[in-house]
Structures are given as C-alpha cells and as structure tokens.
Ligand binder design. Structure first.
Ligand code: HEM
Length: 575
C-alpha cells in the first residue's frame, strides 16, 4: 500500500515582527490584576503568556552519516523498506518535530519502513492501522505477549522511576487493575460539577480581565495552567493555583519529557552512564529540573516521605473507589485531602513537593490535555463556519448557564467532535514506542526481529490519505452522525488512536474528553477569539505536539454574556 499526501504545515501566520500590542498595560498594574499571563517590560519581548522553552534541554547525539549508511545496508537485507534518511534529516528531526520527518519518509517508503538511527539501532516505523492494531493489542497481553514498552520504559525511568505508565509485568498489572476502573463515570460526573466547571469558570474570569484591557493572551499557557489546576484538584484535592501564580512545573515537565524523547533516539546512550549526567550540558539541564522541581530526593530516601507516598497512592484509590460506590461526599473528598501538609508555610513551594508524589503519567497527561485544548481552539478560530456551529450548540444547550451541567455535557456533541477531530490532526503523543520480545510478523508480511524497537506513528495514521479522506482538513463531521458513538480505536478499527489501544490504552481518556468539552463550552459560551496577526505558529514535540512560541489570541466578551459575567470579572479584578 503506497501512501501519498503532503506534509502537514501549520498554517503560518508570519513572524511577530509587528508589535501586536493594542493597548499597552502598565507592567505592575496588569501583573497585579491578572497573572494568567505575564507582561514584560521590554517592547521586543512577548506580551502575555510564558511560552514553553520548546528546545527542551538541547539536541541529541545523532548518527554520523557513514554509520547510518552501514545500518541501512544491514537493514536492507530484511523485507522492510529502509527510509532514505539523510543525516541532516535525522539531526533536524531529533531537535524538533520528529513526526513531520516520519511523515515525509512514509510518503517515500510506504506504511511500514525501517528508520536507521545508528550503526545497529533502528526503528520499525508503522503508519498502517492494521499493523498498529496488531502491535498495540499484543503489548503486555497476558494471552499473546509479543511487545513491551521497551525503549520508552528505559529512557523514562530517570523521570518516572518504574512508575505505572512505563512499568511492565506484574507491577503494571496490579496498578492498572486498581486505577483503571476507578476513573469511572460516577467519579467523572462528580468532577464535572465540582472541578471541571468551576475551574473553567475561574479561567473565564481571568480571560475577561484580558478581554477588557484588550491584551492578547497566550492560550497555550493558559490551557496548560488550567489543566494542571484541574488535575491537582481532581486527583489530590490540591490547588496548584497555577492560573493565579506562576508554577515552574509546566516547563519542568516539558524539559524532562523532551529529554526522554531525545534519549530514545540518541546514537550514543551516554545517559546510561550516571557519572556523565552532570558533565553533558543537555543532560545536566534535564537533571537540574528533575532534581529541583520534579523529584524531591528525600521522598525517595527517607522513611517518612516514603510513607507519605504510600498514603497518597492509597488515598487516590480510596477517593476513586468512594466515587465508584456512588457515595462521593464532600466529607470524603475532604478526608482524601492527601497532601494537607503542603499548606504549611514552612514547607517548600507546593509544586516541588506535590509533583514528587504524582503518579507517573499525570505530568505528561497535563501537557497532553493542555495541548488538546490549544489546538482545538486554534482549529476553530481558523475555521469560522465550524466555530459558528460549536458556539450555536453551546448557546442552545447551555442557555444562560455559564458552565455545563451533566445533562448539558451529553448534548454538547458537536463540541465533542471538534475535540475528537483536533486530536486526530494533533495527536499527543504523535508516536508510540514498543519493543519486540519475540520474532513477529506484521499484517502485510513484514518481519520483525526479536529486540526490534517499533515506533507507531499515530500522526501518520491520522494524516494518511490511504486512511482518511481529505486528511489535512478540519472536519468534525467526518465521524458520522452526532448521535452516533464518540470515535475510538474500537469503532474505527484503529484508524483513530489518540489514546492508543490494547492493554496499555490510556486510562484517562474519558476524563480528558469531559474536561476538554466542559472547558471549551465555558469559554465559547462567553468569548469570541481571534488570532493575533503576524505570529508564527510552529510545531514541535516533547511527548505532545506543542507550539514553538505559544498561541496568542485576542479575546472579546460576547455581548449576551457580558452582563452575566460582570460579577465574576469584578471579583477577579478586585482580587
Ligand atoms: C488529552 C489527554 C490525554 C491524552 C492524549 C492521553 C494519551 C495517552 C496515550 C496515547 C497513552 C498510551 C501510551 C502508550 O500506548 O504507550 C496514555 C497512557 C496513560 N494515560 Fe493518558 N492521555 C491523556 C490524559 C490522561 C489523563 C487525564 C489521565 C489520568 C487521569 C491519564 C492517565 C494515563 C495512564 C495512567 C496511562 C498509562 C496506562 C498504562 O500504561 O496502562 N491520561 N495516555
């Protein structure tokens, strides 16, 4: 099967050569009034919203050309086509958006190809739904265990330890059995009312201040902050308050995730030698954020902190189980306040302590959720007809309510499709890694040797013309009638896999979808958004597809809502 198409280009809006500030806001007064986004004193610096440093810690060590050529000779002996990857291509892709280069090679080499990354290292890149289904279903499968998380587990251990998302075997099975079923409907319904709605309304109150001052907002930064606050409250009953005060956590998680991606493709795995960690600048930077922000060493080392860790995990499960039994009361929620000591003034900043206790996939999930919201809003703004449909639905379903009820949520079907379609165009993460434990054969007859690292390109599957009609277009209607099922890997036969599939599928998919629909409904109900002109919106990766410099938008209150929201805005301004 030959695939054709073109590399998805972000819709370029030019570079921010003009200063997009419409009405300058004095640094101090604006900063005090609204700290979603920061205003910098210099004219040539960004106005609002702290963008994530997209370079992460730096570039990987990549294969010199002649070594790659050797691997190509070796790889060429199998029955899998070898990507014609030039050393410059590889170098470029490792520092930036890996998924774009994978797409280019898919067009040249087909839906399954070998990508040499060094003299003996390579990835088998899969861009075909049937092959992806085969591999994902055979990962950590008790009946047919052919693949594990391989490289991703190795490279992530410095960040996640041997945590849930990267562990395998019995370690993983026990935790999956406990946590997976706990994120069920009753818990999510409670979260919709208590956390998703109120947190989104708080974000709306903050946006209103920016709307009234006419100052552009970095929506990517805002969504990262919102999703971090939500996960803190929903899982730990803890308020990171990152919409109000700056948290170094988001940048730290990003840098660490970028480092894991770079480790996965390093020619010389120098990161395996602990002594070199502090000598090599890229790894030093990643280790610094890990030590200073993500992990408190005493948590690993002293007994007290270990006990706290155990209590946190236990309380997390209790919290979710209580919701499972339908008796999720405010009292229980309070009893499950798992990190009350964080509020002690004598303790270090909450983010440092709290994150060290996070179940491993949650930091990555926070970035993914923020990115999903960012790109959905971006796509809606770029497609005014779709935006009009989404707004009409929100207005008709929610009436005068500023946050959706549970019943409303079930009716926000077009908004749900917009989120689904955005996650097709921008899947987070854009690739999934596996390693073959035994020799295997993929559908199509492609041989997989034992030990082979496999890369499922979700991005390629979602953008392939062999899989989707008009794949580059944003068409929320493509998934069928609105009263039909929400698209998933099951009902699309693995053509749509934003949450992966098989035994290692995301446990938080329903959480993420509900949170995104609620947040969008709250914001679209009250505001019109427009892109700040002349900004360049590039893409890069670091576990999620991310903008390179932020996503700046003007926000305007919709007339019908101005009156209803006046009280909220007044409260925020006063605060
Ligand atoms: C837009 C939001 C999200 C996206 C796109 C996303 C995506 C994914 C993907 C693709 C995987 C599977 C990785 C693989 O197969 O190698 C995964 C795993 C996981 N996700 Fe999510 N996720 C999101 C939100 C969440 C949330 C909100 C939670 C928790 C509340 C969560 C918890 C997990 C866990 C625990 C795993 C590991 C499952 C396992 O290994 O058994 N995710 N996620």
């Amino acid at each position: 099967m030959l695939l054709s198409g073109r590399v998805a280009q972000p819709k370029a809006c030019g570079h921010a050569s003009n200063n997009p500030r419409r009405r300058p806001v004095p640094f101090q007064s604006y900063h005090q009034a609204n700290r979603i986004v920061k205003v910098r004193a210099q004219d040539d610096e960004p106005i609002m919203g702290k963008s994530i440093d997209a370079a992460g810690a730096g570039a990987s060590f990549t294969s010199p050309g002649w070594l790659t050529q050797l691997n190509m000779l070796w790889g060429g002996k199998g029955n899998v086509p070898v990507a014609n990857a030039q050393p410059d291509d590889i170098k470029e892709l490792l520092g930036g958006a890996l998924f774009k280069a994978l797409y280019k090679w898919m067009q040249e080499s087909g839906p399954v190809y070998l990508l040499p990354t060094g003299p003996v290292s390579s990835f088998l890149v899969i861009s075909d739904p049937a092959a992806a289904k085969h591999v994902l279903r055979a990962t950590d499968n008790s009946q047919r265990n052919i693949y594990n998380k391989g490289l991703v587990a190795e490279v992530s251990q410095f960040l996640f330890g041997k945590g849930f998302a990267v562990a395998g075997g019995d370690d993983w099975k026990v935790r999956r059995r406990a946590v997976g079923p706990s994120l069920h409907r009753a818990y999510l319904e409670a979260m919709l009312v208590r956390v998703f709605g109120p947190s989104s309304e708080f974000a709306a109150d903050k946006l209103r201040v920016a709307a009234r001052s006419g100052t552009p907002v970095n929506m990517e930064a805002m969504f990262s902050q919102l999703t971090l606050d939500i996960i803190g409250k929903a899982v730990f009953n803890y308020d990171f308050n990152s919409l109000t005060s700056d948290s170094p956590l988001i940048q730290a998680v990003y840098t660490a995730l970028k480092e894991t991606e770079q480790r996965a493709t390093d020619l010389l795995p120098l990161w395996k030698v602990p002594a070199l960690g502090w000598l090599i600048p890229r790894q030093r930077k990643a280790l610094q954020v890990r030590h200073s922000t993500l992990v408190r060493r005493p948590v690993k080392k002293n007994l007290f902190s270990r006990s706290v860790c155990v209590c946190v995990c236990f309380a997390f499960v209790v919290l979710l189980c209580a919701a499972a039994n339908g008796d999720f009361t405010a009292k229980q929620q309070h009893q499950c306040r798992v990190v009350p000591f964080l509020n002690q003034p004598s303790n270090p900043p909450p983010s440092r302590r709290c994150v060290s206790l996070f179940p491993s996939p949650l930091p990555a999930a926070s970035l993914a959720r923020g990115s999903a919201l960012t790109w959905t809003l971006y796509l809606l703004v770029q497609n005014p007809d779709k935006m009009a449909k989404a707004v009409a639905e929100v207005e008709s379903v929610m009436g005068s309510r500023t946050a959706p009820t549970l019943a409303d949520y079930g009716q926000l079907r077009y908004v749900m499709r917009c989120v689904n379609e955005s996650m097709r165009l921008y899947p987070h993460p854009p690739v999934l890694l596996r390693r073959a434990l035994v020799e295997d054969e993929l559908p199509g007859g492609y041989k997989v040797p034992v030990g082979q690292d496999v890369m499922i390109s979700v991005y390629n599957i979602h953008h392939s013309e062999a899989v989707w009609d008009n794949p580059e277009a944003f068409i929320p209607e493509r998934f069928g009638p609105l009263d039909g099922p929400v698209p998933s890997e099951q009902n699309t036969d693995f053509r749509y896999i934003p949450f992966s599939g098989g035994p290692r599928k995301c446990v938080g998919d329903q959480f993420a979808l509900m949170e995104a629909v609620v947040a969008l409904a709250v914001l679209l109900r009250q505001f019109d958004f427009s892109l700040v002109p002349n900004q360049k919106i590039g893409m890069t990766t670091g576990a999620t597809i991310h903008t390179t410099d932020g996503l700046y938008m003007y926000v305007k209150e919709r007339r019908t809502c101005a009156g209803q929201a006046a009280a909220g805005a007044a409260a925020v301004t006063a605060g």
